[in-house]
Design a protein around this ligand. Structure first.
Ligand code: TYD
Length: 142
């Protein structure tokens, strides 16, 4: 059966290279090689209190790659029609998030660190922070 190409189906786990070593493993990420965009920015969430939820917005043009550098959490992606929950708990894989996906992050374990690699510098104008507006724009862009 052919897979239907939806925005949600473009978002996927990507395994990263892992150099195993008895002294400790090493993983690396190169923009355009291991993630499908050039990396212009990295940021991370840490010291997240139990029960917190982050995100709750979409980006018009930003590509992102999310890695659990420590601990674990869930990323819920929503393309305006369908939702999927992704669990991240290792630093040798991450979740690619294409533009125009509503997302929130919850279920943080204690000491979790959520690193996000992004295709652009921070730009508040790229955010859609209202869910109904997001659904309307997502349907127009289909
Ligand atoms: P936001 O993206 O809303 O957080 P999250 O989606 O992780 O819950 O950003 C929270 C605040 O941090 C907001 O005031 C914007 C600011 N911020 C920056 O200044 N630079 C950045 O690169 C990011 C991601 C956020």
């Amino acid at each position: 059966m052919p897979t239907i190409d939806t925005r949600l189906s473009r978002c996927r786990f990507i395994d990263l290279p892992k150099i195993p070593d008895v002294r400790g493993n090493l993983t690396f990420i190169e923009g355009g090689v291991h993630v499908p965009f050039d990396i212009k920015r990295a940021y991370y969430l840490y010291d997240v209190p139990g029960g917190s939820e982050r995100g709750g917005h979409a980006h018009k043009n930003l590509h992102q790659f999310i890695v659990a550098m420590a601990g674990s959490f869930d990323v819920v992606l929503d393309d305006g029609d369908r939702q999927r929950r992704f669990h991240l708990n290792r630093s040798y894989y991450g979740l690619y998030v294409c533009p125009m996906m509503w997302r929130f992050i919850d279920n943080f374990s204690s000491s979790a660190v959520c690193m996000v690699l992004a295709s652009e510098k921070y730009d508040e104008a790229d955010y859609i922070r209202d869910y109904d507006t997001f659904v309307q724009v997502a349907r127009e862009k289909k």
